[in-house]
Write a protein that binds this ligand. Sequence first.
Ligand SMILES: O=c1ccn([C@@H]2O[C@H](COP(=O)(O)O)[C@@H](O)[C@H]2O)c(=O)[nH]1
Length: 260
Amino acid sequence: MKPTIDPSDPKRPIIALDFPSKTATLRFLKKFPQDEHLFVKVGMELYYSAGPVIVEQLIEQGHDVFLDLKLHDIPHTVERAMRVIAGLGVRYTDVHAAGGSDMMLAARTGLEDGTAAGQPVPKLLAITQLTSTSEQQMQSEQLVNATLNTSVSHYARLAQKAWLAGVVCSAQEASMLAQITGPEFLRVTPGIRLVAHQAGSDDQKRIMTPEAAAAQGSSQLVVGRPITEAADPVSVYHQIKQLWEEASHGLNKTSKKSNQ
Ligand SMILES: O=c1ccn([C@@H]2O[C@H](COP(=O)(O)O)[C@@H](O)[C@H]2O)c(=O)[nH]1
């Protein structure tokens, strides 16, 4: 499989800013040098506590933002919400693929209609199966009579038909999806951990290390607690970035050689 990684594009893991307030978020970001332009994710906790102003402030500080609100409602409601989101200037936003094709098409229309002329339309992603869901849970609780890979690839095909830019999936499914949807369709992967087997009470079920995620062809890594709860978040961020870059670089070299 040909990796999608462009060596001239500095790969930045997306940091999930899962904090309870604007104050806690800005305190965390102060640990990074002022000229470090990060790719950050604002999820429900932060957005519901701080509101759209936190998104505006992060963009003003030079960061790129993935607004991860995982919309899932009737098409009309989602379209109207996406018109508002389009005005915030985020790079990525998302919906649940389980909301269906009509809802995904409506979300895209809302984003396109709500984006000011000359501004880039935010990339729309679809959640496939949450990385906290195991195959066994999916089958018994969602009554899905299929494998997890079948469900994830079904949702990815549906999202691609609705003209979305990509999906959120676990890195474990990234390589399979690249074969099915082509390398340009984004595979944004949370559930990244520095060790392959997570112990304890972590809620993530489908995890991967940054190196393994690169080998599987993840387009973007999403990392929360391994960075935000680290004693030294800046050095863990750079460690993950370096692991990912090095593994991706190795893949690019291999693919260039095999293309010669
Ligand atoms: O399937 C999904 C979709 C979204 N997420 C989000 O990513 C981060 C992961 O945080 P960690 O602390 O690294 O587990 C979090 O904001 C989730 O809401 C996901 O984990 N899985």
